[in-house]
Each structure stands twice: as structure tokens, then as C-alpha cells.
Design a binder for this molecule. Structure first.
Ligand code: HGY
Ligand code: MN
Ligand code: MN
Length: 414
């Protein structure tokens, strides 16, 4: 068992086959949650699982679980997996690598005839990205009991379609209850989506936790007026107010370097068009992150202080709504140790790190011992169609996943 190795070419082929679904002109992937492309990706994954002899179930929020029986059916499963949904201009590896690395673990076990004590499951978590339906990681959050399932199924996209109706439309509104069952341990393999491993020339990231994340909807209300006769001192320009808020959020994250993050995006300006009418209203999103909860509070305070200052100076009303908070996460020490031991035994270079990106494991860690495995991606670029990773790094991460899972699935035997 200790010499077992996955088939890196087969893993790469599966990744490239999945990348054909929702392929974009620039070589990326677009499979928005519960879209037709997401359905096609799910269908392909389910077909591969059934061909591998797995039992497949789907819960009410579309989470897919593909199960390989173990010697002892009374043991909870060791679970791996990630997400198949992508950003609107996403890459071929974000999320899908973790799902197909899990399938490759199964295929390798099938080839070897090895039966684990505990069952093994590969999961696909619905709507990890939060790009079409906010917030992110919502289905793994529901599995962990953080979100109410019926409330989440009512989440709407920009066209007013609900997650629940879209899951039903694509045939993934399952009948299984969401969560409420024990998992022995979980592991998620993922590209790092940042530059550290490549810069440090390390193959594996032993991930000990995830930084905290806060999402906000900010509304700025000023006064539409004529761009010509209205003196600068008499304006309530919502666009200038938004620019001040964006600069303040950026400065706050830089004051909390090196880990502070602030990203203002999805800006809607009204009235639309018309360059010679001053903006009366702006709506924008803000994403703030930090590994330390106190620092995240400070970023929050800076954003709110900037809102008060903009109102005082420009007369533009600012409403800041915190719509999502994912606190900093520390992964299970025994699972992290299993990843480190597998990595060392396999002889891969590695380093310990905290994830800058959110992942389904953030929530699953609340209900099961959990850890993550990172592999490098080219120049650390992700959430971009040019996202790329090396076949040999993806295979290395999958080998670590295999042996970390075996260590936990056969722990009863050792
Ligand atoms: O937002 C995140 O970090 C993740 O990609 N959903
Ligand atoms: Mn991801
Ligand atoms: Mn992502």
C-alpha cells in the first residue's frame, strides 16, 4: 500500500476532458453554478463514478457524494472532493482538480484491489464560487449546518432565478437530507491560487488553515445633476464617493500587510450611460480578508469609518451591509499531520501555509477533522482563464491525497 501511486496521465486526461465543458475562447472554463454547463460537468463526473462502481447520491442542495464501500460499513466515510462550478472567467483547475483527484484516488484503489476499512467518498459541493448565487461555499456551509437549506435555495441570481429552481431544472435537486451525518475525516486537494509555492520552488502546500473572509454590499446615494452648471462644491457625486471608499479599503488592506486583502468589484452606477449627468447612485461589492480575526475587525472598522467620512465630506449617504462572514479556520492537527507525513514519505518538497482563498473545507472543518493539500499554479494566477498547473505537480498532490486518506481510512487497522 505504501508504494501505491496514482496515474498522473489519467488524472490529466480527466481534467482536460472536463475542461471541454464550458470551455472559453481564452482556454479557461465557464460553468456557473446550476447552469447547463454545470449540469454537463456533473453528468460527466457521475458517469465516471458509476463506471468506477461507486454508489452516487445527491442531497437537496445538489451536493453529490460518490461512495466506495469499505470493509466496515459502520465506519463513517473518509471524504475528499471540492467544486465543479467556476468563476465566469475561471480556469481549468480551480475546484475541479480536487474533485478529479478524488476520483483518481478511487480509480487507483480499484486498480490495486485494495479495500479500506472505512468507506471512501468523493464529494462535489454546489456553488462554491458564489459568483452566480451569493454567498460562496454555501452548500458545504449548509452541510455543516451554518446556512438554512430552504433559505439558501431561495438565493437569486441577477436574473431573479433561484438556486433551488435552477438545481431542479438541471436535475440535481436531490432527495437526500443535507448534512447531519458523521464523516471520519476529509481532505481537499486544490491549486494554491497564489504565488508562494512556485516562488519557493515547493511542490506541496501543507495547509493548516484558511484566512477569514467578509463580503459587503455597499450602497452610495447622492444626487443626479447636470455635469455642466453644477459647481464642484455643490455636488453629491456618488461616483466620487465610491472612488474614495475604494481607495480607503485598498489603503486599509495595505496598512495590514502582508496578509490584509481588500477587493472592490461589481460596481453598478445609476443613471446608466450619459456622461454629462452626475452619478446619483452607486452599488458595489467589497471582499475583505485576513488570517487574524482582530485584524479583520480593524479592516471592517476602516471601511465603516471611510463611509462616515465620505458622507461628511461629500453629502453622499453610504449604507454598508455585511452579507457574509467566514471566520479564520484552523484545520485538524491529525489531518494536517497525515498530509505532512504522506508528503515526507513520498519525498516531495513542501511548506506549511494558510490558504488565502476560501474553500468548502472552511465549513466542512466545522463538522469533521479536515485538512487541505495545495499544489502550485503558474505565476499564482487563478480566477483567470489563463490559470495553469503542471501535470507532475497535480499528480504529486493526488499521491499525497491518496496516502493521507489511506492513513485515516485504515487508522482503525494501525
Ligand atoms: O472566494 C474565494 O476565495 C473562493 O474562490 N470562493
Ligand atoms: Mn476553489
Ligand atoms: Mn475559486
Amino acid at each position: 500500500m505504501s508504494n501505491l501511486q496514482i496515474d498522473g496521465d489519467r488524472l490529466w486526461r480527466s481534467l482536460m476532458d472536463m475542461a471541454k465543458i464550458g470551455a472559453t475562447a481564452k482556454g479557461g472554463s465557464r460553468r456557473l453554478a446550476a447552469s447547463d454547463e454545470d449540469r454537463m460537468g456533473r453528468d460527466l463526473f457521475v458517469a465516471w463514478c458509476k463506471a468506477a462502481g461507486l454508489g452516487v447520491t445527491v442531497d437537496r442542495i445538489g451536493n453529490i457524494f460518490a461512495r466506495r464501500p469499505g470493509r466496515d460499513p459502520t465506519l463513517p466515510p473518509v471524504v475528499t472532493g471540492s467544486h465543479l462550478d467556476t468563476q465566469p472567467t475561471g480556469g481549468r483547475f480551480d475546484g475541479v482538480y480536487g474533485v478529479l483527484a478524488g476520483l483518481e484516488v478511487i480509480r487507483t484503489l480499484n486498480d490495486s484491489g485494495l479495500v479500506t476499512d472505512a468507506p471512501i467518498e468523493v464529494a462535489v459541493w454546489t456553488n462554491e464560487e458564489g459568483a452566480r448565487f451569493a454567498p460562496a461555499m454555501v452548500a458545504s456551509g449548509a452541510f455543516a449546518g451554518v446556512f438554512d437549506v430552504d433559505t439558501v435555495l431561495e438565493a437569486k441570481d441577477v436574473d431573479g432565478r433561484t438556486l433551488g429552481a435552477e438545481l431542479a431544472r438541471i436535475g440535481y435537486a436531490g432527495d437526500q437530507a443535507v448534512g447531519g451525518r458523521p464523516l471520519l475525516a476529509t481532505f481537499e486537494a486544490h491549486i494554491e491560487q497564489g504565488p508562494i509555492l512556485e516562488a519557493e520552488k515547493k511542490t506541496i502546500g501543507v495547509v493548516t488553515g484558511v484566512q477569514g473572509i467578509r463580503w459587503y454590499d455597499v450602497r452610495l446615494d447622492g444626487m443626479e445633476a447636470h455635469a455642466g452648471p453644477t459647481p464642484m462644491t455643490m455636488r453629491k457625486d456618488a461616483m466620487v464617493a465610491a472612488a474614495r471608499m475604494i481607495a480607503a479599503a485598498d489603503a486599509s488592506a495595505k496598512r495590514h500587510a502582508p496578509h490584509g486583502r481588500a477587493t472592490c468589484k461589481v460596481v453598478e452606477v445609476r443613471p446608466q450611460g450619459s456622461r454629462n449627468t452626475i452619478a446619483g447612485h452607486v452599488a458595489m461589492t467589497v471582499d475583505m480578508r485576513h488570517p487574524d480575526a482582530t485584524a479583520l475587525e480593524a479592516l471592517d472598522a476602516d471601511l465603516r469609518a471611510a463611509g462616515h467620512q465620505v458622507t461628511a465630506e461629500l453629502g453622499v449617504a453610504v449604507a454598508i451591509e455585511a452579507i457574509w462572514t467566514s471566520p479564520p479556520v484552523a484545520f485538524d492537527a491529525a489531518c494536517v499531520a497525515a498530509v505532512r507525513e504522506a508528503t515526507e514519505r513520498l519525498g516531495y518538497t513542501h511548506q506549511t501555509m494558510v490558504s488565502g482563498a476560501g474553500h468548502d473545507s472552511c465549513y466542512i472543518a466545522r463538522v469533521a477533522p479536515t485538512a487541505m493539500i495545495f499544489v502550485p499554479c503558474e505565476k499564482g494566477i487563478s480566477h483567470n482563464e489563463i490559470e495553469n498547473a503542471k501535470k507532475e505537480d497535480l499528480a504529486a498532490g493526488c499521491n499525497v491525497l491518496l496516502h493521507a486518506m489511506l492513513a485515516r481510512a485504515n487508522a482503525a487497522a494501525s
